[in-house]
Design a protein around this ligand. Structure first.
Ligand SMILES: [Mn+2]
Length: 324
């Protein structure tokens, strides 16, 4: 195991000596973020500490039933903490409106699996060989020697399930499956979670999805596919950005596509870029150039420009990759 044992022991010492603990995930939360944050929250409950949870952004509809509304704090009120956990967050900016919490924590611990992680915390447990932050967190929690509950197992399972694309991406390892088997032994109902996370889309979300799919454009002999999720599409269908999932993965399903790209229009001049690679092209290297990050086959960045300009930029950027 590639875990830094001393760091993990130090983390448990810090938990014991702290009264006021904060758990934070990245903005625009996904399944790994929500699953990891909630798993750690459940794990820490019996320690009888004051727990605060920060996640910037709306919880997507399919994760709402896993998160009690009042658990997540709405705004950052300059609270100070003895101990801060930052999960699944490659850089401090990804904390969004809660990023000042890093300054207001006596000790901070970052647990993450992004290879581009900037090690911005006091203790950084980063392992890019892990499929998900949830998988790494599971290893850490097991070291505690405590019995993990079905509830914790469920949260970890959701983190792994969603970040591996249902155990289909190259980040899925034999170890991932071994740990998943343990989670199922702890009581996770695989079919029930599949129905909640994947088979529960409201019709307006599907209509918005279809509009996004209808906008796919292909370049460079169909090796590069790109589309946008615009504010227009969201408003017309009355859905939130985080509700539409799987567009970038859908583009990758096209046989010739090597790199798929989705542009998310958050503001008129703020676009988030999601990139996926099927084989050899390292999209995290491209993302780092634009001050983003991620993994070789799944990465992204944010840019203060319009969707149209960002699209032109991306098409131009991948020109050389495809030898045009
Ligand atoms: Mn993740």
């Amino acid at each position: 195991m590639n875990l830094m044992m001393n760091d993990v022991k130090e983390v448990f010492n810090l938990i014991n000596s702290s009264q006021n603990i904060c758990i934070a995930g990245h903005k625009a939360p996904d399944g790994d973020c929500i699953g990891s944050v909630m798993a750690l929250y459940e794990f820490l409950k019996p320690f009888n500490k004051k727990l605060t949870v920060y996640i910037d952004g709306i919880i997507p509809f399919n994760y709402k039933s896993f998160v009690k509304e009042d658990v997540i704090a709405k705004e950052y009120d300059n609270n100070e903490f003895d101990l801060l956990f930052v999960l699944d967050c490659s850089d401090a900016e990804r904390l969004g409106k809660f990023k000042d919490v890093l300054k207001n924590a006596k000790k901070s611990v970052c647990i993450d699996h992004h290879k581009t992680n900037e090690s911005y915390a006091d203790i950084n447990i980063i392992d890019s060989s892990m499929s998900s932050t949830g998988e790494l967190l599971y290893d850490i929690l097991k070291i505690s020697g405590r019995q993990l509950t079905k509830q914790i197992a469920e949260y970890i399972y959701i983190a792994i399930l969603t970040d591996t694309g249902k155990f289909s991406y190259s980040n899925t390892t034999g170890k991932t499956h071994e740990k998943t088997a343990e989670l199922i032994e702890l009581g996770v109902d695989v079919a029930e979670i599949d129905n909640i996370v994947y088979n529960s889309k409201p019709s307006n979300v599907v209509k918005a999805f279809i509009e996004c799919i209808g906008g796919i454009e292909l370049y460079y002999d169909n090796k590069f596919g790109i589309t946008s999720i615009t504010k227009d599409i969201l408003e017309r269908n009355n859905v939130n950005m985080g509700d539409i999932d799987g567009v970038v993965e859908f583009i990758r399903e096209i046989k010739e596509v090597e790199v798929s790209c989705v542009l998310k229009e958050y503001e008129e001049k703020n676009t988030k870029v999601s990139l996926r690679s099927k084989n050899d092209i390292d999209v995290s290297a491209v993302s780092v150039k634009f001050r983003g990050g991620g993994h070789a086959r799944a990465a992204g960045f944010e840019i203060d420009d319009t969707v149209e300009n960002t699209k032109k930029l991306l098409i131009e950027t991948f020109k050389e990759q495809f030898g045009e």
